[in-house]
Design a protein around this ligand. Sequence first.
Ligand SMILES: [Zn+2]
Length: 229
Amino acid sequence: MDSERALADMLKSVPWSKLDRNYILGEEVPGRVVELVRGPLAEARREAADSLYCAVANQGVLSETSPFVARILVQTLRLDICVDREPVYYVLQAIQECRAWRVRDDAIGERLFVDSRSAIEAGWVTFLADLHRLDLTLYPSLLLLLEDFAAKRLEVLAHLREEVCRTDGATKRLVTEAYAGALEHAQQHTVDPEACFCGEVFWLTAESVARAAPETEGVAVQPRWQPGL
Ligand SMILES: [Zn+2]
């Protein structure tokens, strides 16, 4: 099958056994990726997700395998070869949340951080397409990932707002929450970016955030991060 072949080729191109990783053997990583992406049973996919979490994002710590896994998972989403996209998003979001690394040399660690994030960001167009086409009640990790991107890519606010207007019931509640989280994240970069959970320190002006956020009526925003606390 073409999708199996595509995944096998991507996995073969990485020297897994030479890479440092958290808790599971490097050689085990490709097998877990196959289970995560192609596993026929939901339970096996969930176990693979947990195991990959330990390998690439354990407690917010990146390993040398993280950028490789991120790049391959984004590619599986793009090629649409995942049995279920949610556990794939779960692992990607966990990598995106990492702010520390397992290697001793900080220059290498910073490279892992930058490479992992740019590997994920390369899937941006796919994430937005998924936001507008999937039943979002089944994809909480996609919404969390988009909240993470909200400061760096302010246009996510308009995309989330579009879904708030388009949906109803449970989906509307979830997307409204995600929109509030995304807006809060962007606003954090107007007051104290160094304290932001995303780990990327850059300033935004309040005007640019207000311009990017369509009217916020009905969206309760409770700042999670307050300067000085
Ligand atoms: Zn941030």
